[in-house]
Write a protein that binds this ligand. Sequence first.
Ligand SMILES: [Zn+2]
Length: 380
Amino acid sequence: MLKGYKIRLYPTKEQEKLIWEHIHASRFMWNYMLNVQQENYKNGGKFITDFSMHKMVTPLRKEEKYSWLQNVSIHMLQRTCSDLAEAYKYFFSGQNGYPKYKSKKNAKSAFPASSDNFYFKNNIVHIQKLGKIKYKSDFSFPYGKTCRYYNVRITFKRGKYILSFSKECESQAPKLNESFAGIDLGVKELAVVACNDKKYVFHNINKSKRIKNIQSRLCFYQRCAFRKYEYSKEKNKGQYVKTKNIKKIEKRISDLYARKANILDDYTHKVSKSIVSLLPSKITMENLNVKGMLKNRHLSKSIQEQAFYKFICKMKYKCEWNGIEFVLADRFFPSSKTCSNCGAIKKDLKLSERIFVCPECGFSIDRDYNAAINLMKYTV
Ligand SMILES: [Zn+2]
């Protein structure tokens, strides 16, 4: 099974320069080939395949005009062609729009590195054409060239160089318990878990001081930016000019958004890890009708923020790694409305009812825990 990793790189000044050469060259290659494809199509030609694009790279590098491409790895240029072919594939299948040109301003600063001669040693990672680069990570990787890596990519984001790649891993299946677990997702608490007759509650981190603090600073800067936009429009007769100050505030806003996203991501990783480490043999979650829920204005904000969808994805692959059966309950399974004691269904359950009281048997239980138990007992 392939497992993805992201680690931070600490290149030297010299290596940084080389990384940027690769980023620019990769963008150039993408745009160049996209143009070739478009011209070719206009002249009635068929789509130029991945393989044929690869073959065009070597002669291109020999042209005097493009001799600067010789400074960068040829594998990287060819992998950029493959990326473009992939983008076309998605376009042809209707899953995505037509591939776009990449501009210096809007495109992601990234390039696909070669996985040939890619290996780890002590605290360095060796990457073709870039040499040995320092890195930091909590993961440990096999020493030297004993393992194959895939999809190696370097991205520059918010002042950091990030290396991402995947690696073949043997899934070491731990010994599982016989118990099942059910997870109820919610707005009040992120997740309530029923497992082994026990209740586990994972709080909604959006209500934590840390996130609230970021949120209020975000509001402040957004108001600030709004005033500045208005002022700029007024001053320049409807024409709006991006001043240094506005840019500074916009940077603050995007940094805060990124911080918030990082905290949430880290938190959902931790929560999913602790649920999986209960080691039940089966975990059932609700198949959320997220799109339907977003139409509900009052719920939409917190749902978006909690990014349930990402949480479910994390649960799913972590279950896979550990050999735990992962089940998504049918969207119409009445997990909240069913009594976990006698199975009766309470049709008129209101959202405000935090305690579930069964009209049939009189059993009373916390609403979310009741739902989690029902999911735990769920069978297809
Ligand atoms: Zn009942």
